[in-house]
Design a protein around this ligand. Structure first.
Ligand code: IMP
Length: 194
């Protein structure tokens, strides 16, 4: 079989976030990968995105006894010393977007990036990780009802709209998650199992 005769493949995506599931389905459609969603909580080790993805994928693959992917993301704002970064989840549920906007009130350099790391592991092999980044800046106010969490305050480069104002299909063309999942999908095409 040649590489172009693409065989539909399936991957188990471990997440508790329905938005991420929908985004992943839209992205994996382009690569003939079917997503099986499992909401298996895994311990989020204190560390950077790579460490969370490595630990989470290793843990979930062993628990379910099959290959899995997990994904860990965060918003990194340069002028705030790359805060909230690995604290993105905590900050989203405490300070929320309003708190971030307040911190950014008098800040001129509004550069920010979303980073996403996908971890793939099997029960018998060491995990692989795939990084995706999208650059942009922090808006002056929340805008838009699409997406989730930080989407209404993040304006990707080349756009004057926030992710919250862009339909999922558009966000999925170039988001941090598109980039990490696409890297994984291209690698996975040639993956022949352990
Ligand atoms: P997680 O640990 O990967 O689930 O994400 C950390 C925090 O960033 C959570 O509050 C998420 O809701 C938020 N987050 C992750 N990805 C995105 C995104 O694509 N847009 C907006 N917020 C996100």
């Amino acid at each position: 079989m040649t590489r172009n005769e693409q065989v539909p493949r399936k991957i188990t995506f471990i997440t508790g976030n329905q938005h991420k599931v929908k985004e992943a389905q839209g992205i994996f459609n382009h690569f003939q990968i079917e997503v099986e969603h499992v909401d298996l909580g895994y311990p989020e080790v204190q560390g950077d995105l790579d460490e969370v993805a490595l630990f989470g994928s290793r843990y979930a693959a062993k628990r379910l006894d099959k290959p899995v992917i997990v994904e860990d993301a965060g918003l990194f704002i340069r002028e705030l010393g790359w805060f909230p970064g690995t604290y993105s989840s905590y900050v989203q549920s405490t300070l929320k977007n309003k708190g971030i906007l307040k911190l950014m009130e008098d800040v001129r350099d509004r550069y920010a990036e979303f980073r996403s790391v996908v971890g793939f592991a099997t029960p018998n092999t060491e995990p692989e990780i795939f990084l995706g980044v999208v650059e942009g800046h922090i808006a002056r106010e929340e805008r838009g009802n699409y997406g989730f969490a930080y989407d209404p305050i993040f304006i990707p480069n080349g756009y004057d709209k926030t992710f919250g104002e862009l339909k999922r299909e558009i966000k999925n063309r170039f988001s941090h998650r598109r980039r990490s999942l696409e890297k994984f999908a291209l690698w996975f095409e040639d993956y022949r199992g352990d």
